[in-house]
Write a protein that binds this ligand. Sequence first.
Ligand code: GRG
Length: 297
Amino acid sequence: MSALSRQMEQTAAATQAALDRLLPQVEGPRGRVVEAMRYACLGGGKRLRPFLVLQSAAIFDVPEQRALRAAAAVEMVHCYSLAHDDLPAMDDSDLRRGRPSVHKAFDEATAILAGDGLLTEAFAVLAHPETHPEGAVRAELVARLAAAAGAAGMVGGQMIDIAAEHHGVHLGQDDVAELQRLKTGAIIGFAATAGAVLAGARPDQEAALEAFARDLGLAFQIADDLLDIAGDAAELGKPVGQDAAAGKATFVDLLGVEGARSRAGELADSAAESLAVFCERADPLREVARFVVERRT
Ligand code: GRG
């Protein structure tokens, strides 16, 4: 097993334990929504966003217990977005991470509430003094995650995607890049800079992480588009071919398979080069840029 795979497994285990602790099961009538929140969060996934938080924090020697809380918060937002994205009103997907999606395992109303619960809980986790002793740092994390998740970020990107799909609007390469920058890039950007915020890093250090995240987010999305046409449904734990079936604009449509592959590779290289200021301390982030474009899940 490579050093990166080992580190990603350790991150996944630590994230799982943190989410389990932060989302305790409750008895009584509201127990069902907490059960669905746990189902949405505790059933696997690569934990890429927590990995970015933990590794960006490690560069600055941020205490791991603080970084893990930010990692759990961003994963809660990610899992909420997947639960809502799978709903019949959106992507209408029955399978996620190799299991029934949340609305299939529970029901639609519960899946909506579970997503709402996770989104809200993420901010409660960031706002808690255990995340950072200084209120200003906690407020900065809250403001940044809100911006990344809201209408100027992920929600806005999802809206453009749905509107284009429903109205058959043709999107060019710049439009697709902008859509993806909002839909997936904004949360990846939060994750990759959270360590700098927790550490009170210098502006040039934060700018390096932002540049890294910009290219990484786009590379991640191109890889996702490629997996949707050439991936293995069993390995992915979700159906393939959904983007084409829905008539979605993807980088593969715009660049062709080979063009998309080489663009993803260039972006991964450029992401890695952005981290020069950190020397070898950023090696795990450089390796994850390569992993993102070579992944099979
Ligand atoms: C519902 C507000 C709202 C937003 C949904 C993120 C998103 C927006 C939808 C997910 C749909 C999708 C497949 C997007 C492509 C990129 C992506 C986020 C893939 C899933 O992320 P991974 O591969 O998943 O990191 P795991 O399961 O490994 O966590």
